[in-house]
Design a protein around this ligand. Structure first.
Ligand code: SAM
Length: 300
C-alpha cells in the first residue's frame, strides 16, 4: 500500500511526528463494513491502485517457493495434479502469475471487476514474456523457465461470500479446498471487525492438507492508528488463526501476550520465517507465517 499511508512508525507519543492520514485512509474514513467492497472498487474505477501496488511479486514468497522447504505443497516433478493456489484480494495479480510460473494452478480473487480486467491484461503480457522479477536469480529463471506454467484464472467475487467458489471448482468433483492460499496486504486491508470472518473463511477454503501462507504486514504500524493498512502483529495472527479470537487488539502488551495462546482456532502455525528479502516498505519487519489446519482431535 502507499508509502504515504505506511510511514507512520509507532504509537503517538511525546516527540512523535503527528499522524497524517494519506489518501487511502481518507478514502475509507467513516465507511462501515457494508461499504468496504464498494470502497475498493471505487479506487479501481478511478485508476488509483497505485496506492497499494508494489509493482512486482512478493520476493519473500518467491524465495520460499524456490527453497527446499517442506512446509508448502509442491508441484509434482512428473505427472499428478498441480497444486491449486488462491490469492484473495490479488490486486493486479503479480503473485498469481508468479505462482503459476512456479508450477501452481492459481486463482486470483478480486472484488472489483476493473481489478480483474487489469489483472487479466497483466497476466496475458507477463505470461507471454516473463519478467526477471518473478525469480530470485538467473539459475532459477532457467530452472522454472523450463516448466510449463500452471493455469491462471481471475475471478470477480467477495471473499466473504461463497458464490465465486463454484467458478473455481467447476468440473472438479474432487475439490476439497486450496492447497496453498497466499495473503499479502489482504488482512490489513480489512476493517479490524472483519478479521474473525477472514480467519473463518480461510479455514473453509484451505484443503485439509493445504496451507495458508501469510506475509505479515504491517508489523511496525501503531495498532491504534487508522487504516488501511491496519497495523498487525504476530500475536494478532496467532490470536485469529490459532486461538480463534477476534484479532481486534489495540494494546501492544496484549498483542505480545497473544503469542502464548495456541489453542482454540482452526489453524496451527507450522512455520515462522524472517524472509531474507521482502518489499522495502516494511524496512525488514515482514514475517512469513505458514499455517495448517489442526487435526480434528486437536481443536478445542
Ligand atoms: C491492499 S490491496 C492488495 C492487493 C494485492 N494483494 C497486492 O499485493 O497488490 C487489497 C485488494 O483486495 C481487494 N479486496 C478488498 N476487499 C475484498 C473482498 N471482500 N473480496 C475480494 N477482494 C477484495 C481490493 O480490491 C484490493 O485490490
Amino acid at each position: 500500500m502507499a508509502t504515504n499511508d505506511t510511514n507512520q512508525a509507532g504509537q503517538p507519543g511525546p516527540g512523535a511526528a503527528p499522524f497524517v492520514p494519506g489518501r487511502l485512509i481518507s478514502h475509507f474514513s467513516g465507511r462501515d463494513r457494508q461499504n468496504q467492497a464498494d470502497g475498493w472498487s471505487a479506487l479501481w474505477d478511478t485508476d488509483e491502485h497505485d496506492l497499494w501496488d508494489r509493482g512486482k511479486p512478493s520476493p519473500a514468497l518467491i524465495d520460499l517457493l524456490e527453497s527446499d522447504s517442506t512446509l508448502i505443497p509442491r508441484p509434482a516433478t512428473s505427472g499428478g495434479r498441480r497444486p491449486r493456489a488462491l490469492v484473495p484480494g490479488c490486486g493486479k495479480g503479480y503473485d498469481v502469475v508468479m505462482l503459476a510460473l512456479h508450477g501452481y494452478d492459481v486463482y486470483g480473487l478480486e472484488v472489483s471487476p476493473i481489478g480483474v480486467e487489469t489483472a487479466r491484461a497483466y497476466a496475458a503480457t507477463e505470461l507471454a514474456a516473463r519478467s526477471d522479477y518473478n525469480f530470485s536469480d538467473v539459475s532459477n529463471q532457467e530452472k522454472y523457465g523450463a516448466i510449463k506454467p500452471g493455469e491462471v484464472k481471475f475471478v470477480v467475487g467477495d471473499f466473504f461470500a461463497k458464490d465465486w467458489e463454484t467458478d473455481c471448482v467447476a468440473g472438479d468433483k474432487d475439490f476439497k479446498g486450496f492447497d496453498l492460499i497466499y495473503d499479502y496486504t489482504f488482512l490489513c486491508a480489512l476493517l479490524p471487525s472483519m478479521r474473525q470472518d477472514w480467519a473463518r473463511r480461510m479455514s473453509e477454503l484451505v484443503a485439509p492438507s493445504g496451507v495458508l501462507v501469510c506475509l505479515e504486514f504491517p508489523l511496525y504500524k501503531g495498532l491504534n492508528l487508522p487504516g488501511p493498512p491496519w497495523g498487525l502483529r504476530e500475536g494478532i495472527y496467532l490470536n485469529l488463526l490459532a486461538a480463534g479470537g477476534n484479532g481486534v487488539i489495540e494494546d501492544e502488551i496484549v498483542a505480545q501476550d497473544a503469542v502464548q495462546v495456541s489453542t482454540g482456532g482452526a489453524f496451527e502455525r507450522t512455520g515462522y520465517i524472517t524472509p531474507p528479502r521482502s518489499y522495502e516498505v516494511a524496512k525488514g519487519t515482514d514475517r512469513l507465517s505458514i499455517w495448517a489446519l489442526k487435526r480434528p482431535g486437536n481443536r478445542l
